[in-house]
Write a protein that binds this ligand. Sequence first.
Ligand code: ADP
Ligand code: MG
Length: 253
Amino acid sequence: PKSGQLILEACEVTRRFGGLVANNNMSLQVHAGEIVALIGPNGAGKSTMFNQLSAVDTPSDGEVKFLGQSLKGKTSREVASMGMSRTFQHVKLLPTMSVLENVAIGAHLRGNKGVLSSALHMEREEEQRLLKEAAYQLERVGLGEYLHEEAGSLALGQQRILEIARALCSDPCLLLLDEPAAGLRYLEKQALGDLLRKLRSEGMAILLVEHDMDFVMGLVDRIVVMEFGEKIAEGLPVEIQTNPRVLEAYLGG
Ligand code: ADP
Ligand code: MG
């Protein structure tokens, strides 16, 4: 996609769980080459929204469009193969396997085939291709010198970046990151921010859920704020920082 092109669009998405409305009439857009943050107090509906956007879950009303196509009836695997890649809140690594193997296996499981059939039939050629791709992505994110270390020996910040390398393997144009900076030290956050800026400069669209406001304010182009399942504000970081409705949501409790 060209820079500035609309990549992802949620159109009046509502998700009900029985009587609870976890997402109410939520609309948002993400364009190529921009970083957008989805923020809001605990229970606001951010993770539910991520699940609607990535076809992990299905809206009760409204729809999501990715690259102009409705996600109605699509599986999360199909959406991933269209170019949307996602990381989860908790790092999922095979700690005693190498960094390279962790990324290659992740890439393999993200492929188009079913997990089981492909795991049983991984050809040698395919394995070589995946290892090459994994090494390339690890270089790209700055972990090139750790390929043969045990993944579990990396610092948490490096493990998060490993997860991003894994997400990059399917050649996505959109990354959804769930709290990528949670629990990281100051310098690790800096390194993560630098990487996300680099990916943005290459045209990647990035949507992230994040609680660390210092990290968000210094990084993102736009912020969408949720409370009680609804969008209560949207704008530039400087606008959001001084928005009375947002301050109330965070401080007023
Ligand atoms: P956030 O990620 O912003 O903290 P969530 O999206 O996880 O918020 O949750 C929003 C609301 O929806 C919460 O009240 C939560 O309990 C509820 N919820 C989320 N998933 C389910 C589910 N599968 N079934 C019932 N309620 C759910
Ligand atoms: Mg959540």
